[in-house]
Design a binder for this molecule. Structure first.
Ligand SMILES: Cc1cc2nc3c(=O)[nH]c(=O)nc-3n(C[C@H](O)[C@H](O)[C@H](O)COP(=O)(O)OP(=O)(O)OC[C@H]3O[C@@H](n4cnc5c(N)ncnc54)[C@H](O)[C@@H]3O)c2cc1C
Ligand SMILES: O=C(O)[C@@H]1CCCCN1
Length: 392
């Protein structure tokens, strides 16, 4: 085992998913000597940030996300300019819900109050604009005009490359095994020892494993997500492939959960339509499917497809895996470790953190630099949970 590197970093970021990578990028922009550590050789598909696409939208029922997304669009555009890579495609984001749905109404209210460009659609307007999509007679719909998709894998690569261009260091294929808190924090990986004045932990589904030895238990649940792609019954016939938007179906078909979809992108001829949720799983055992599933996510999707998208085969053509790390209220955790001010935590992105990652990275970098954060972090605080903390 090597001795600690004699130069002490300003910050070590643990976990090179989209949140850790944007945190490292903002630290480097602020001239901080930053090391980004990743357990797997990059790129990898074992966490939450892989895949071709993610939804971007300001259509949220919580006002703070709608408001934060305004700056996120600017930060995504900045990364596009710096990298010269197109990362965002505007398709519109359609929200569909049963009548009187509270979440739907607060999304509309929020978009109106935050001056988002949006419109309500009648069922007939939706079906005329998006051939192949069949709504129930009583369903309601609205569109966030600038909603669309982010090219996730390209974004992750772009932000890591910009970080390195600014002098940042990435060490991948090194799992963090031990963190020794102190004025200078010592981080031991499977192959080296590093030191820094501050660390940021953005370990995705592994967050609890990294935090437990630091005396912190957070109410996080890791879920295994089936990412499903669907094929047309008769190629080219449904009309769905030509002009399909990103969409969010809220409590449709009498279901408690949401379903969502993205236009054809990763596999020619296939549309991505998924269930917003999954079954609990250990990140290391994601692909083993040891236990019978508690939530029949794929069956719910098949029922949804049969009714709303009858031009598609009601059986998925491709199923891939991804992970969510959920908090009880689905809001993120962006905070200091309660016992160590120089350890910052970004976690619990609950299946909707990608679009917000440029700002999450900025906020985590501000916390790590001891700056006043640019947003009110009350919804993201650790103190909202009854958190057992061991004093170390
Ligand atoms: C199927 C799916 C669909 C989604 N759809 C959307 C969407 O449409 N829009 C949206 O905004 N968001 C969406 N999300 C959510 C978004 O992708 C996540 O919130 C985001 O990717 C979380 O990033 P992360 O950096 O926290 O986690 P991760 O990407 O998992 O990164 C954590 C990293 O830490 C590393 N790590 C862990 N432990 C250690 C250790 N001990 N040592 C070193 N490295 C370590 C891991 O290997 C990993 O690379 C979706 C997520 C999934 C799974
Ligand atoms: O963050 C989003 O916009 C989507 C909503 C549906 C579930 C997956 N994530």
């Amino acid at each position: 085992m090597a001795l600690p590197n004699s130069s002490v970093y300003d910050c070590i970021v643990i976990g090179a998913g989209i949140q850790g990578s944007f945190t490292a990028y903002h630290l480097a922009k602020n001239q901080k000597r930053t090391l980004l550590l990743e357990q797997f050789p990059l790129p990898h598909s074992r966490g939450s940030s892989h895949g071709q696409t993610r939804i971007i939208r300001r259509a949220y029922s919580e006002q703070f996300y709608t408001s934060m997304m305004q700056e996120c669009y600017q930060l995504w555009a900045e990364l596009e300019r710096e990298s010269g890579i197109k990362l965002y495609r505007k398709t519109g984001l359609l929200v569909i819900a049963p009548p009187g749905n509270e979440e739907f109404e607060s999304i509309c209210r929020n978009m109106e109050q935050n001056k988002v460009s949006w419109e309500r659609f009648t069922r007939e307007q939706v079906m005329a604009k998006y051939p192949g999509l069949i709504l129930n007679p009583e369903d309601v719909a609205c569109c966030d005009d600038n909603g669309g998709i982010l090219y996730a894998d390209k974004a992750l690569r772009a932000v890591q490359e910009q970080f390195q261009k600014m002098g940042g260091v990435i060490q991948d294929g090194q799992k963090v095994k031990h963190i020794q808190p102190g004025q200078v924090v010592t981080v031991t990986t499977t192959s080296d020892i590093y030191q820094a004045k501050n660390i940021v932990i953005t370990a995705g589904p592994w967050a609890q494993k990294v935090l437990s030895p630091l005396g912190l238990e957070l109410p996080l649940k890791t879920l295994r997500i089936n990412v499903c792609y669907w094929k047309e019954k008769i190629p080219g016939r449904s009309g769905l492939l030509q002009n399909f938007p990103a969409f969010l179906g809220v409590n449709l078909n009498g279901e408690e959960h949401e379903v969502y979809g993205l236009p054809c992108q990763e596999y020619p001829g296939l549309i991505k339509i998924c269930f917003h949720g999954g079954n609990e799983a250990e990140p290391e055992e994601r692909d083993l499917q040891a236990k019978p599933p508690q939530i029949p996510d794929i069956q719910i999707l098949c029922n949804f497809i049969s009714k709303y998208l009858p031009g598609l085969h009601p059986k998925p053509a491709v199923i891939e895996q991804c992970m969510y790390t959920n908090t009880p209220d689905s809001n993120f955790i962006l905070d200091y470790h309660p016992l160590h001010k120089n350890i910052v935590i970004g976690s619990g992105f609950s299946g909707h953190g990608f679009k917000l990652s440029p700002l999450v990275g900025k906020i985590l970098s501000e916390l790590s630099m001891g700056k006043e954060p640019s947003y009110d972090l009350t919804p993201f605080s650790i103190s909202r949970f009854q958190t057992p903390q061991a004093s170390l």
